[in-house]
Design a protein around this ligand. Structure first.
Ligand SMILES: [Zn+2]
Length: 261
């Protein structure tokens, strides 16, 4: 195994453990893939992130083979949509899938996230769509996810969860946390009368601004923190945090607000 691939495998595990620590993974339900040349590295099925080692990360070609029996044993059951995204979206270097609570609540109700906050633009447009329901692990689900991701970098999966993509794993994890935050904010706004939505033109303006100024993940946003000791990460409680992951927004907004307009 090349050193670069070995580092990618370690990076996948670090991010998965961090996702568990901030609460956007439910058990082993989330999965992650990263592009490495012509192949993807993807988390295995049924192995807890706390005991996962770099050797447990599976590798398979991104190109679709004539039969689809070449998947390595114990690969994540969702390898089809990971592979489909990395194949169809060459700009994507990583895919993150979660069953994070608020995104999944909206997905269960098949409600897309509208332009209730300008950060919706971080996913590429004025809404975050819901992919049509199909059984987990199927090619039909992969096709539905690709459709919902058209022109976007994130979507919800009906009665299932969410997907976020990024140029690398750091950005994809950052976006997955943003999607969960937006879902929570949208859900809460529905509880007090419903949001006032931003017009498409404003989201387009924000999207253009993002291309110049960010948002960009920082270490404090979505990178796994340094381990306190082997295999142990700070939890929300030990960091004195709230019940929910608190992503980058405040830090990023502060930096962005200081920029010339
Ligand atoms: Zn899933």
């Amino acid at each position: 195994m090349h050193r670069a691939e070995s580092n990618l495998r370690k990076n996948i595990i670090e991010h998965c453990r961090w996702m568990n620590a901030v609460g956007i993974n439910q058990g082993t339900s989330g999965n992650v893939s990263v592009r490495s040349g012509d192949v993807m590295l993807i988390t295995p099925s049924g192995i807890g992130y706390d005991v996962m080692s770099p050797r447990d990360i599976r590798q398979m070609p991104i190109a679709r083979t004539r039969d689809d029996h070449g998947a390595p044993p114990a690969v994540s059951t969702e390898w089809r949509f990971h592979r489909a995204i990395l194949h169809a979206r060459p700009e994507a270097g990583a895919v993150v899938h979660t069953h994070s609570t608020y995104a999944t609540v909206l997905a269960i109700c098949r409600r897309e996230i509208p332009a209730c906050h300008y950060m919706v633009a971080a996913a590429g447009g004025p809404n975050i769509r819901v992919a049509r329901y199909a059984t987990f692990g199927t090619q039909e689900l992969a096709d539905n996810v690709l459709r919902a991701l058209k022109g976007r970098t994130a979507c919800l999966l009906a009665n299932h969860g969410a997907v976020a993509i990024g140029r690398d794993l750091k950005q994809a994890v950052w976006l997955a946390v943003e999607i969960e935050t937006l879902a929570r904010q949208y859900y809460l706004s529905l509880c007090i009368g419903g949001p006032r939505l931003l017009p498409d033109a404003e989201i387009e303006r924000v999207r253009e601004l993002f291309q110049s100024y960010g948002p960009k993940p920082r270490r404090t946003d979505s990178s796994p923190p340094k381990r306190l000791k082997r295999g142990v990460y700070p939890t929300r409680q030990s960091r004195g945090g709230s019940d929910h992951p608190d992503p980058s927004r405040r830090g990023w907004e502060a930096r962005w607000a200081g920029r010339p307009r």
